[in-house]
Design a protein around this ligand. Structure first.
Ligand SMILES: NC(=O)c1ccc[n+]([C@@H]2O[C@H](COP(=O)([O-])OP(=O)(O)OC[C@H]3O[C@@H](n4cnc5c(N)ncnc54)[C@H](O)[C@@H]3O)[C@@H](O)[C@H]2O)c1
Length: 232
């Protein structure tokens, strides 16, 4: 159901690869709520993915942009940090210098709880997500002071997408989280709804936060369902 929450707002959605992508669902929901959007993704993702289908249904232009500096010789780890964390800094810094965002604009990046707690198979992405959340806080301070721009991260449940399925042992991972979360895992559609809320004026005073959107997983020590499983 649409409520025109984003009427008159314009924005950029990064990373819609296919219809499983959280960004894809967020783009659709933003348009339903009255926003005008531009879509962007890495050039290879434009060739391999289905973004043009989304562009047509959302009446949105598509701009290719690779979030890395491709002319430098990074090692793998450095590259991971670059794509998954420094990319946020780069986007914010560019917008800041160009004064591209309106007052009270809202920037949302997606993260995972491996930034706070150890999930061994998430490996170096955990470091990247910690850095992403830190950039969101630090830059959020400066952008808030300069122009009342808000910067937050949403820490989403494990979700079946191309990126999510790349994590080793993902099936075990997702069913463990499902059993541990009082409300169950949050879906990509629900994440899109929450992101729309974060883009809307109803959350104007929320900034520099890491917001868990995980059905309660982050604050559950252990659930009855997991204990039951252990007793079998
Ligand atoms: N799926 C999960 O379980 C889960 C959980 C928590 C957080 N997240 C985060 O949600 C975000 C969206 O991922 P998703 O799960 O929707 O998967 P996805 O694979 O659908 O989306 C990832 C996107 O990143 C883009 N991308 C990769 N390298 C790029 C580059 N160099 N330049 C520009 N774009 C690039 C890809 O083309 C793709 O569109 C990611 O930050 C992910 O870490 C995902």
């Amino acid at each position: 159901m649409a409520h025109n929450l984003l009427q008159g707002k314009k924005g950029i959605i990064f990373g819609a690869l296919d219809e499983n992508s959280i960004a894809w669902k967020t783009a659709e929901r933003c348009v339903q709520e009255g926003a005008q959007i531009v879509l962007t993704n890495a050039p290879i993702a434009l060739r391999m993915g289905e973004i043009n289908k989304l562009a047509a249904s959302c009446n949105a232009p598509v701009i290719p942009a690779d979030a890395t500096y491709t002319d430098l010789d990074y090692d793998f780890y450095h590259k991971g940090l670059d794509i998954s964390a420094m990319s946020l800094h780069r986007v914010l810094q560019t917008a800041y210098k160009l004064d591209a965002l309106n007052e009270w604009a809202s920037v949302v990046a997606l993260t995972y709880i491996a930034a706070q707690r150890v999930f061994p198979d998430y490996s170096d992405m955990a470091d990247a997500k910690s850095m992403l959340e830190s950039i969101s806080r630090s830059f959020g301070y400066h952008y808030g002071v300069k122009n009342k721009v808000r910067v937050n991260t949403i820490s989403q449940s494990p979700t079946r997408t191309t990126a999510g399925s790349g994590v080793k042992g993902f099936d075990g991972f997702i069913s463990y989280a499902e059993k541990m979360s009082p409300l169950g895992n949050a879906t990509a559609d629900q994440c899109a709804d929450y992101t729309v809320m974060m883009f809307s004026d109803y959350t104007r005073m929320v900034t520099m936060q890491n917001l868990f959107h995980d059905g309660g997983f982050s604050f559950t020590g252990v659930s009855a369902s997991v204990v039951e499983q252990m007793e079998k």
